[in-house]
Design a protein around this ligand. Structure first.
Ligand code: AMP
Length: 473
């Protein structure tokens, strides 16, 4: 068992844990009190060079422990310098792409800085500007902000960045996706020229490499997971279903009690609203979070989900980015994301902190090329959990019912697959169906929640007389 003395090295004479990374005093105490005793790999890599004043270029996802990795050195330095703030200034600035991530970062910093007299403030869109202006008026130690509202405050003269000596850009790639890149460059230019800069990004598209070149001075590069590789502890699978069938497939899945805490991703805001309404109609309580919702509604949805008063959260990619809710058991992709890399972020909401996670993707034949891109990026073929494309109407033609259980090779032939992937519980090789779902025909549409309707129409009509387009393996 680790105790305070061994962490501080009082017994052995050598420092270990965060103390060995240069974290001391009240900060070390609060870090331990937060339950952070052993540094995570990204922290072990990123903290020492930051303590020496080096810029950092980090490739790491939310869940890796990157918040403490950038926050502890900044806190350490600010505490050492004491309170020296000018009005309307921020000593350190952390930019995050979404309001939820910004709130989460502030929460972590407050925990880590407990008892250390460091002031923090949030500057976000969607909430009262007045209270933010008031909060930054006397000057703050650490400001956490989204780029849009921050730009607004700087433009109006409510905030000056000339004293900002530490700049962190979190989730750089998402900042890029959300069109914040020019705001970010302008903001960085307004900060102190001799600042220390940290850039974290989950992936490294060319534009991020370019941004790093422009903003970082001789950075140390740290990386915890290979680029765009899905975390190993997440079991993944695909369910083939036509768009029209997805609603019922989803409701059938959610009737499974094993789906304790589920985040469902929709590509569009409208789609997220529709999925939520359909779920409610099928008797499921769900919270929804997307960019058209007010900040209060988003935060309430997130809190309800986090506290477990709803077990289903429907979200768009942007709104869900960076959300760190512990214990999400399942991620369901109601549709494939436009950008394959978003898949990695989506499924990263589960399987956190060493817990098991399951990620299921519903795929209509029109999404096959997107699925292939995802598989290219994660360098894995997703095993088939269930295939509804050829599913007959069980009520109209009982003889066809058995087609569901036809030999795997035939199924593969029919769908243009000869890659040995098999649906559901037959998939012994990858441990998906058997390990997680036992002998149940999981997600195959066999069990229905109350009120759920069977698929209507026969095969011919659904396929317009044709077989679905073959998917190249
Ligand atoms: P982050 O990637 O910063 O969002 O952190 C992901 C999760 O890991 C958060 O729930 C943190 O509270 C937790 N965490 C970060 N560092 C440590 C640590 N050294 N020991 C235990 N938990 C940690």
């Amino acid at each position: 068992m680790t105790n305070e003395n061994t962490l501080l090295g009082k017994e052995t004479g050598e420092l270990s844990g965060f103390a060995a990374l240069g974290i001391t005093g009240a900060l070390l105490k609060a870090t331990h009190a937060a339950g952070f005793t052993d540094p995570k790999p990204i922290q072990a890599q990123a903290i020492p060079p930051q303590m020496e004043g080096r810029d950092i270029f980090g490739i790491a996802q939310t869940g890796s422990g990157k918040t403490a990795a950038f926050a502890l050195p900044i806190l350490s330095k600010i505490i050492a310098l004491g309170t020296k703030r000018r009005p309307k200034t921020a000593r350190a600035l952390i930019l995050a792409p979404t309001r939820e991530l910004a709130v989460q970062i502030e929460d972590t910093i407050k925990i880590l800085a407990k008892g250390a007299h460091v002031s923090t403030a949030l500057v976000l869109g969607g909430v009262s500007r007045f209270s933010q202006v008031k909060k930054v008026a006397p000057g703050v130690d650490i400001l956490i902000a989204t780029p849009g509202r921050l730009t607004d405050l700087v433009r109006e003269g409510d905030l000056m960045l000339a004293d900002t000596k530490w700049l962190v850009l979190d989730e750089g790639d998402r900042m890029l996706d959300m069109g914040f890149i020019n705001d970010v460059k302008r903001i960085a230019k307004a900060t102190a020229p001799d600042r220390q800069t940290v850039l974290f990004s989950a992936t490294m598209p060319n534009e991020i490499a370019e941004l790093a070149k422009g903003l970082l001075k001789n950075p140390i590069r740290v990386e915890v997971a290979p680029q765009s590789t899905a975390a190993a502890e997440i079991v993944q699978g695909v369910v083939f279903a036509r768009t029209k069938q997805k609603r019922q497939v989803l409701s059938t899945m959610l009737a499974d009690e094993a789906m304790k805490s589920v985040i469902i991703f929709s590509r569009t805001k409208h789609g997220a609203d529709r999925v939520t309404k359909d779920l409610e109609r099928d008797g499921f309580k769900a919270a929804v979070i997307h960019g058209n919702k007010s900040q209060n509604a988003r935060q309430k949805a997130l809190n309800d989900f986090r506290e477990g008063s709803v077990r289903i959260l429907v979200a768009t990619d942007i709104a869900a980015r960076g959300i760190d809710v512990p214990g999400i058991s399942h991620v369901v992709n109601f549709d494939l994301p436009d950008e394959a890399e978003s898949y990695v972020h989506r499924i990263g909401r589960t399987g956190r902190n060493g817990m098991d996670g399951i990620a299921i993707t519903l795929c209509d034949p029109s999404e096959n090329s997107k699925l292939r891109q995802v598989e290219r990026i994660i360098r894995t073929k997703l095993p088939i959990v269930a295939d509804h494309l050829g599913s007959p109407d069980p009520q109209r033609n009982p003889a066809e019912k058995n087609e569901r259980f036809e030999p795997a090779n035939d199924r593969n032939d029919r769908n243009g697959r000869r890659d040995g992937r098999r649906p559901g519980g037959e998939n012994k090789g990858n441990g998906f169906g058997n390990k997680r779902f036992g002998d149940k025909p999981a997600f195959a549409g066999e069990r229905k929640p109350e009120g759920a309707k069977p698929f209507k129409g026969n095969n011919k009509r659904r396929f317009g007389g044709k077989r679905p387009a073959a998917r190249a393996a």
